[in-house]
Design a protein around this ligand. Sequence first.
Ligand code: FES
Length: 126
Amino acid sequence: MMSSELKKRERDVPDQTKLDRSGLVALCAASAVVPDSPVQAIVNGFAYAVFNLDGRYYVTQDLCTHGPGSLAEGFVIDDEIECPFHQGRFHIPTGRASYAPCTEALRTWTAREIDGMLYIDPGETP
Ligand code: FES
């Protein structure tokens, strides 16, 4: 990936209010995210998509890199999410664009489950 693309996507992620010294922010309850039904979580105005693949949780940006599609409204096919807008696809664990017309990867974060809640560090290095 070109560094200019990475910098652009980093700018797309707003500063987040940290919940504690760990730097983590809460997205939603883990129990709310069931397989095949991604959840949109909005934190400080930024929308994340939260996925459950066989009991493992993954977090990507919710906004498709191709256009206005919300990936939380898309369709999970194996370990990919199909955008509801133009049916492009992304590999959920890595964010890699896997099917046209999508070509630019999604930003991803490591999901951490703590006491039944899912957290991310929004400043995590991609
Ligand atoms: Fe997602 Fe076009 S907006 S594939």
